[in-house]
Design a protein around this ligand. Structure first.
Ligand code: ZN
Length: 573
């Protein structure tokens, strides 16, 4: 890649030069702020750090460097952003000498071309085909079919292969794109992967075709749905079907609607739910979640009555909660998928979406309906609902749902909290390596915020303190924070871990332009209290274990420890 060009651009253009033409920026403390161009807002939450060359929005969670800003706002890829900024900076783009990287990028370009061409070719075959008849039968309107560029793979062995090779694409390119397959046992013989199917192009969030799903048109076809294989362009754990069409609606409606299949997505969009997306033949992954989080922090699961078991759904929901999404779920009536319900009774569908419940309430209601035996109900609630609560990063939210669970199950809040504690993992303070995320030459690091599971109060404060050190290096404040931190943790060195850009902006926002040495005293105090509380909980657990084993000397030791820590804790009251 053009690394020299990237550096030259960075030397000539500040992040302010890049952002200012799009966003009116005003100075606020150490950073510049303005109204975010990527989500609707009335008070500014879009921050720019000239010092670090980065930007971050506290409203929608987007952030990155100057290149990623241009990629987003101009809706171009890295190459496009490079062109725009090179021109602005008056720099000519120089490509590095590495021929292998040039070959690789031109190969990727060719794969993109062949996929885009195949999409057009299939779409051109649709009119008058059995696939068009099938699409009509499924209530897909002409507009929908055209907007989503649905296509038809003819009932022939080599129709696409012959068409595209005659246009100059090679067998190797068609294989690499997953459009053709080698025949078993017959060397040098290839045939089209998709035959006699209605084709749905799968696009990435930028709208480029990366794969296809084919719906069989013949009733005796053994595979009802057939997907492209994983290729250089297509990684199913990173793609949400429909995201290219859905992203604007997700931003304006404030949530992503996750339905089960591609036809569900199309019909949802057709009836005004333009925020619907689907997975393509895979489980929900962290990459899917971070893609969703670019556009909204709210996720709505739309579940068929007979969809995958509750525990599988709960597992995906826990993953999504721990990445910081808020989740609701809507249940469809038995025997109907979204596609059917939307076509037959759009009002009922809308009502069910409006009546969606927060995920914990949803599971409590589902379990109560399925389990009449109170003991079994408790056990399934413990297995399914508590992990969801435990996955929530916010202590206040956790407490809110603890109370709801307690009320529904007829338990005390204390009992639920006690079971919850047994699920939660011990603090992960000392782990990994503390460094700033790289914002330099590497690109695409926008949104590479590490997805963290639920964190304890001590961990949260710890990160805030580390952010103070990162935002105000070599100041009396930093010195004071470092000394205080080491004293509280009784550690020899500062903890390791990746510091998110967002935390640095937050620190600057809190502490302003020129903070005094003692500006973080309150934070240090809160950190100390949280650390002692966790140590106390740990000591109590140790005492319980010793008691259950009946080990007298271990009991005495643990009791002494508890007493010592509780004396320290008393100082905070
Ligand atoms: Zn924003």
């Amino acid at each position: 890649m053009a690394t020299d060009t990237v550096q030259q651009i960075k030397d000539k253009l500040s992040i302010q030069d890049i952002v200012a033409p799009y966003v009116k920026l005003t100075k606020a403390g150490k950073s510049l702020v303005g109204l975010c161009p990527f989500h609707k807002e009335k008070t500014p939450s879009f921050h720019v750090s000239v010092e670090r060359g980065t930007w971050h929005c506290f409203g929608c969670g987007l952030g990155g460097d100057g290149f990623s800003f241009i990629e987003k706002i101009e809706n171009v890829d890295f190459k496009g952003a490079l062109k725009i900024l090179a021109e602005k900076a008056g720099v000519t783009i120089e490509y590095s000498n590495s021929s292998s990287s040039r070959e690789r990028s031109s190969r990727t370009e060719r794969l993109r071309e062949v996929m885009s061409r195949a999409g057009e070719w299939y779409a051109g075959k649709l009119s008058g085909s059995p696939a068009e008849t099938y699409a009509k039968k499924r209530n897909l309107s002409n507009d929908t079919v055209r907007d989503w560029r649905l296509g038809y793979a003819p009932d022939a062995w080599r129709a696409l292969l012959e068409a595209l090779t005659s246009e100059g694409f090679s067998i190797e390119e068609l294989l690499g794109a997953g459009l053709i397959k080698a025949a078993d046992g017959k060397q040098g013989t290839y045939y089209d992967r998709f035959r006699n199917r209605l084709l749905f192009p799968i696009r990435d969030a930028a709208g480029r075709v990366v794969a296809f799903t084919g719906r069989a048109l013949s009733a005796d076809d053994p595979a009802k749905y057939l997907n492209s294989p994983e290729t250089e362009l297509y990684h199913k754990s990173e793609i949400l079907f429909g995201m290219d069409h859905a992203k604007d609606a997700i931003r304006t409606r404030g949530f992503t609607m996750l339905v089960e299949g591609q036809i569900d997505v199309l019909l949802a969009h057709q009836s005004g739910f333009e925020n619907a997306v689907a997975l393509s033949g895979t489980a929900l992954s962290e990459k899917h979640l971070s893609l969703m989080k670019r556009y909204s922090e709210n996720l709505m699961l739309v579940l068929d009555a007979d969809s995958a078991g509750l525990s599988a759904t709960a597992k995906s929901a826990a993953l999504a909660l721990s990445s910081g999404l808020r989740i609701k779920a809507a249940r469809l009536p038995a025997g109907k998928d979204p596609a059917e319900l939307i076509s037959e009774d759009p009002k009922d569908f809308t009502a069910r979406i409006a009546a969606a419940k927060p995920i914990v309430d949803f599971f409590l209601a589902e379990l109560a309906e399925k389990e009449s035996d109170p003991h079994r109900l408790l056990r399934s609630a413990e297995n399914i609902v508590l992990p969801l609560i435990a996955a929530m990063p916010s202590p206040m939210e956790r407490e809110h749902f603890v109370q709801i669970a307690a009320r529904t199950l007829g338990l005390s809040g204390e009992a639920v909290r006690e079971s919850l504690k047994r699920l939660q993992v011990s603090p992960r303070l000392q782990r990994g390596e503390m460094k700033r995320p790289e914002v330099g030459g590497s690109f695409n690091n926008v949104q590479r915020t590490v997805q963290q599971p639920a964190r304890s109060p001590a961990e949260i404060r710890s990160e805030q303190l580390m952010a103070v050190l990162g935002a105000y290096p070599n100041t009396p404040l930093a010195k004071r924070v470092k000394a205080g931190y080491l004293q509280i943790t009784e550690a020899k060195q500062l903890p390791a871990g990746i510091l998110p850009e967002q935390a640095l902006f937050k620190a600057e926002q809190t502490f302003g332009d020129n903070p005094k040495e003692d500006a973080a005293e309150e934070l240090l105090h809160a950190f100390e209290e949280a650390v002692i509380r966790e140590a106390y909980q740990e000591a109590v657990m140790q005492l319980r274990r010793a008691e259950s084993k009946g080990d007298i000397s271990a009991i005495k030791e643990a009791q002494a420890k508890c007493a010592k820590i509780s004396a320290r804790l008393a100082a905070f009251k």
